[in-house]
Design a protein around this ligand. Structure first.
Ligand code: UDP
Ligand code: MG
Length: 329
């Protein structure tokens, strides 16, 4: 008889001062996943991101009688992405599903996302099509951010910011998260060959507790986007970026010097009163700077990859040839 082992889903929820939501949240996850008992096992990992209210106390009390619930308490408030990463690092599941702890995401969607993932995807990203947030401070910046991120990363998703996603464990295990970067996991994963899709999910207004973010998140998202684009595209060949700018700037400097020379010879224009002299010198100096910076970046990126024994590629699978029937020796 084939022993079909049930797959394990790890649900990871970072919480920061969510004392009013935590009870309903945990109960809802329990009830949704209990219905899935025949199909999946699950573990619930709550990461308390340095809450200063009763979040942790309530969470611990909810743990009684639920061995599948784990709580990770962080020492201080590190932010949503590091909290998520702490949960990911301890998740043992075949599938990993993060979501928000304020009940804006609906635990009801978890099995739907996992079912979609089972169709052969590595990432299923939630799309809050009918998003229940403020228009000016949330929805409009988010529309703009999503289109910019889609264009720059080349991975077309409607809603990068939605925390509710489902990942195959390999996607999460091979990634280190920095800054506010959890929203970029689908893009980075797709660059290394993961199959990414999206799915509409429910969204509810935040009924209790306060949002932890303001409009200033926008600039952090932009800086993170530049960083991942740079690291994703050029981290194995930074000299191509810096060197490219360096060579371009050398060309400008050269053209500027030639024009200046022509002006001097043809029209007798004084060289040291000609602004082109300064422009030319500036571009030439810049070109040297950029080339050297490119070489430094090359050295850094080699150290980076080698010190962590990171490879410059990601393998999906290795097929060994079937072992020979008789041994050769
Ligand atoms: N969160 C966290 N650490 C933080 C900020 C937020 O763990 O420093 C959690 C928060 O408790 C919630 C989720 O991240 O579960 C999303 O936060 P929030 O609802 O405030 O964001 P919004 O939905 O307003 O974008
Ligand atoms: Mg929220």
């Amino acid at each position: 008889m084939v022993n079909m082992k049930k797959r394990l889903i790890s649900i990871v929820i970072p919480v920061y001062n969510e004392e009013e939501n935590i009870h309903d949240l945990v109960e809802r996850v329990f009830s949704v996943m209990a219905e899935q008992h025949a199909h999946y096992d699950y573990e619930l990992i709550l990461v308390d991101d340095g809450s200063t209210d009763n979040t942790l106390k309530i969470a611990v009390s909810l743990q009684v009688g639920h061995p599948c619930m784990k709580i990770i308490e962080l020492r201080r408030n590190f932010g949503q992405t590091p909290a998520m990463a702490a949960g990911f690092d301890r998740a043992r599941g075949d599938v990993i599903v993060p979501l928000d702890g304020d009940l804006q995401n609906d635990p009801f969607d978890i099995p739907r996302l996992v079912a979609k993932l089972d169709e052969g995807y590595d990432v299923v990203s939630g799309w809050r099509r009918d998003r229940k947030d403020k228009l000016i401070s949330r929805k409009i910046p988010s529309w703009i951010a999503n289109s910019v991120i889609s264009v720059i990363t080349g991975v077309r998703l409607h809603d990068y910011g939605c925390s509710l996603k489902a990942y195959h464990k390999d996607v999460v295990n091979t990634m280190n998260l920095y800054g506010d970067m959890h929203r970029f996991i689908p893009a980075v994963a797709s660059w290394s060959g993961a199959k990414v899709t999206e799915m509409e999910v429910n969204h509810h207004p935040r009924l209790k507790g306060k949002t932890k973010y303001g409009i200033n998140r926008t600039y952090r998202v932009i800086l993170d986007l530049i960083t991942i684009k740079f690291l994703g595209t050029f981290s194995t060949r930074p000299i191509h970026v810096f060197g490219g700018i360096g060579l371009l700037s050398m060309l400008f400097g050269f053209i500027s010097a030639v024009v200046m020379g022509v002006m001097k010879i043809m029209y007798g224009t004084s060289m040291n009163r000609n602004p082109l002299l300064v422009i030319s010198a500036m571009f030439m100096m810049m070109s040297v700077q950029f080339l050297l910076m490119g070489l430094l970046a090359e050295m850094l990126c080699r150290t980076y990859h080698e010190s962590q024994s990171k490879t410059t590629y990601v393998i999906r699978n290795i097929y060994d040839s079937p072992s020979p029937k008789k041994s050769d020796n």
